[in-house]
Design a protein around this ligand. Structure first.
Ligand code: NDP
Ligand code: 8X3
Length: 258
């Protein structure tokens, strides 16, 4: 099993949900953290808590992953600090809206494509060379079950996660002559701020997504990421699909009104 203690992990989108749970889980495993997102206060608060609790180093970087220049500046800052991540978790992402294509908001499509696909690409392009220079490490792409099967009015979000699936396979091929492992972890419904963001802050609609069954919790995904990252050097888990027990496909079995 790979010992993660004192190695660095870079987690994008750590101000909430799955990214924040990964930060907590890998901090508990003794790793030093680089955490990124746009909401600075959240990152700072998380960093303070985890530094105190686990006696680790935590670096925070606030930027918009859609901005190629900001991502480049971030990667240069990491280089200046001599930080080479042992693990990169490409997690930052979102769904914006849910509607038929013919009624979709183009601004929503652009936000999803720019964040979920281009943001992941910018980070990967800037961080992978340093990981390759030491020929070790693990990339984890947070995909989705939405990248395996489309659902009504999921269209563009589905397409971005199908793209993550394709990129996960492609990056695996590109790194076949290295020791760097690449995995996509693809969750079904997981109770984070995801639906609140998707429905633009409408708490009532967002909470209905998780009504009548127990969804996944962010911790479930973080634990899978920890499992993947601690396999022996010769074991490359390329994909994990995780559904809540009450969701076996796009279909969710809800017990309502009981
Ligand atoms: P949250 O909304 O709780 O977290 C999303 C994170 O992404 C936040 O930290 C947010 O930070 C960050 N983020 C979003 N846009 C940007 C941006 N432009 N620049 C930098 N950071 C950004 O949702 P989840 O934790 O659920 O989502 C994490 C990943 O998991 C996403 O890729 C999502 O698609 C995927 N996923 C989620 C599922 C679910 O049901 N929840 C299921 C399957 C996959 P900030 O706003 O501070 O910038
Ligand atoms: C998030 C899961 O089913 O809401 O990727 O699209 S779903």
């Amino acid at each position: 099993m790979i010992d993660l203690k004192n190695k660095w992990i870079l987690i994008t989108g750590a101000s909430s949900g799955i990214g924040m749970a990964c930060a907590e889980c890998f901090a508990a495993a003794g790793m030093n953290l680089v955490i990124t997102a746009r909401r600075e206060e959240r990152l700072t608060a998380l960093a303070e808590t985890l530094k105190t609790q686990y006696n680790i180093q935590v670096e925070t970087f606030c930027f918009d992953i859609r901005n190629a220049a900001e991502v480049e500046t971030f990667s240069m800052a990491l280089k200046e600090k001599n930080i080479i991540p042992f693990i990169l978790i490409n997690n930052a992402g979102l769904a914006a809206g849910r509607s038929k294509i013919q009624e979709g908001r183009i601004a929503d499509w652009e936000q999803m494509i720019d964040t979920n696909i281009k943001g992941l690409l910018y980070i990967t392009r800037h961080i992978l060379p340093s990981m390759i220079s030491v020929n070790q490490g693990q990339v984890i792409n947070i995909g989705s079950t939405a990248g395996h099967i489309v659902y009504p009015q999921g269209n563009v979000y589905n397409a971005t996660k199908f793209a993550v699936k394709a990129l996960n396979e492609a990056i695996n091929l590109d790194l076949v002559d290295t020791n760097i492992k690449v995995c996509s972890i693809d969750p079904g419904a997981c109770d984070t701020e995801f639906s609140l963001v998707r429905f633009k802050g409408d708490k009532e609609i967002a909470s209905k997504v998780y009504e009548g069954y127990e969804p996944l919790h962010a911790q479930d995904i973080a634990e899978a990421a920890l499992f993947v990252s601690t396999r022996p050097a010769h074991v490359n888990i390329q994909n994990i699909v995780i559904y809540p027990t009450s969701q076996r496909s796009v279909y969710v079995h809800r017990k309502l009104g009981s």
